[in-house]
Design a protein around this ligand. Structure first.
Ligand SMILES: [Zn+2]
Length: 508
């Protein structure tokens, strides 16, 4: 295999895909661009490319291993994604077209959660939920089940005993050990989570936990409505709060090469994302503000990715700038996102006082939900799909969240290539990063200009070192999921993610 040629072509693919994603999802071009790019670079993700890279990794035993391992993962994950591309596209098209009928009125499926978030009547929230789940089960799940079957059988065709075995080998993550750590995490956080859920259910909805349904979650997590008086999560403060926060840390809010798009535009995706076309020189951050806390979380998360990627050393190899362990870039994205839940930040930028109980709950909920998701995916991909997929998903998620979790979501909730493990590791690394900043700069590290220099020092390396290696460098010993739960009491929720979405489309 011409490895140098493969790398160069891989880098061009990332550039073309990043640009196509930006143009389509920012609303500048009609759909189809990213799929066309993926088709035209199909050779990068062929079965032969995967086999040749696998042989190369098996033969290698020097410092170059990590680079070749990164290429193998790039090729193998891309190969699986591409084999189900048509079906995924079909599911997406169907999803966009679904209109729910609620009490004689029509509601787009994409707007269901947002409607639940602003709906004061619990019976109407439940009606939206029933209609939404029925539509998902009837219209989307058959296509997604077929896509799942395809990627699982493709993994076997490539020569691995299962989809799980393939990812265990190419990801560089000990998924079984991460699963064990998830069991411990679920045990150790159960008490704190139950308490937080009970408090917020009472404070926001005035109900007991037992009365909560899945359809109440958007309303619960929206918290108290934002007053229209200027304070709070007001869109007018979105850009200025980002600019001032970054300036306080000694960082440039829009470094060279980073384009941040906050404008409303017809055809623009509601889901925020970061599309890195060239790392470090051409990175797009796209957010569609709709009002409220979600906009801030989205800008700080995606902006956090861009800060990291824009500071990567341009001299590094393609693999270390564009590939590697995404847990690293996710850790920095979450660190920025979680700033908005800190009481110092809320009082300095939004004139809000008091603890953010909803944010604390959301952080624990996400941790526990992702821990349960990983346990489910480990079982699913070891044994293959089957009629019990939804039932098992419901059991695991309901136990973890304390809410009767809908079985119908088992396919929509699957992360390609075990990306949920990258999130869990990212939260652990974020805990180690915060501990490092406190050690160096004290409790008020967020007001220290030196933080920017510390970040730039860590960012230069891109993803050359994986999350466990970065944790070690920070003196944290190992990457321990307990660090995620104990990161601190600030809180957080991963909203629509970006790089994760890009991961399914672009193999990042
Ligand atoms: Zn992210």
């Amino acid at each position: 295999m011409d490895l140098a040629g493969y790398r160069a072509r891989g880098e061009r693919f990332c550039r073309d895909l990043g640009r196509a994603q930006y143009r389509q999802f920012a609303g500048h071009q009609p759909p189809g661009g990213p799929a066309a790019v993926e088709r035209s670079y199909g050779d990068l993700f062929s079965g032969d490319a995967v086999t040749e890279l696998r042989e190369l990794v098996a033969r290698a035993s020097g410092p170059g291993d990590r680079r070749e391992q990164a290429l193998l993962r790039f090729a193998a994950e891309g190969c699986l994604v591409s084999c189900a591309r048509e079906l995924e596209a079909e599911a997406h098209t169907r999803e966009q077209a679904i209109e729910l009928e609620i009490g004689g009125r029509s509601l787009a499926l994409a707007d269901a959660a947002r409607s639940q978030a602003v709906e004061p009547d619990p019976a109407r929230r439940a009606a939206i939920e029933r209609a939404r789940l029925a539509a998902i089960e009837r219209t989307l799940n058959p296509v997604r089940a077929e896509a799942l079957e395809q990627v699982q059988s493709r993994a076997r065709e490539l020569g691995w005993p299962s989809y799980l075995a393939l990812h265990e080998e190419v990801s560089g993550i000990d998924l079984a050990a991460t699963g064990e750590a998830c069991r411990v995490l679920l045990d150790t956080t159960a008490g704190a989570y139950g308490e937080a859920l009970g408090d917020v259910a009472q404070a926001v909805l005035g109900v007991e936990v037992g009365e909560l349904g899945h359809g109440d979650l958007p309303r619960l997590l929206a918290g108290e409505p934002t007053p229209d008086t200027g304070e709070g999560f007001n869109t007018r403060r979105l850009w200025s709060s980002w600019r001032e926060t970054l300036a306080g840390l000694g960082l440039d809010p829009a470094p060279p090469g980073v384009r941040i798009d906050l404008q409303a535009r017809r055809g623009k995706s509601r889901r925020a994302f970061c599309a890195p076309a060239r790392v470090p020189g051409e990175i797009y951050v796209v957010v569609s503000p709709v009002g409220g806390r979600e906009d801030f979380a989205a800008l700080f998360h995606e902006g956090g990715h861009a800060q990291h990627l824009a500071s990567v050393d341009a001299e590094l190899d393609f693999e270390h700038r564009h590939l590697g362990d995404n847990s690293v870039t996710e850790a920095f994205a979450f660190l920025f996102e979680h700033l908005i839940d800190a009481s110092w930040w809320r009082s300095a930028h939004l004139e809000l006082t008091g603890p953010d109980r909803v944010g604390s709950l959301e952080r624990l909920l996400m941790l526990r939900r992702y821990a349960a998701k990983l346990l489910f995916e480990l079982e699913l991909h070891e044994r293959g799909a089957g009629p019990t997929g939804g039932a098992r998903y419901r059991t695991l998620l309901s136990e973890a969240t304390g809410i009767d979790w809908p079985a119908e979501l088992w396919l929509a909730d699957l992360d390609p290539s075990f990306y949920c493990a990258r999130y869990l590791r990212a939260w652990a690394l974020e805990g180690a990063l915060v501990a490092d900043l406190r050690d160096r700069f004290g409790e008020c590290w967020h007001r220290e200009q030196g933080v920017g220099d510390r970040f730039r020092e860590l960012w230069r390396d891109g993803q050359r070192v994986d999350a466990a290696g970065v944790a070690k460098r920070l003196g944290a010993g190992s990457l321990d999921l307990a660090m995620a739960a104990g990161a601190d009491s600030r809180t957080a929720p991963p909203p629509p993610d970006a790089i994760a979405r890009a991961a399914s489309r672009s193999r990042r």
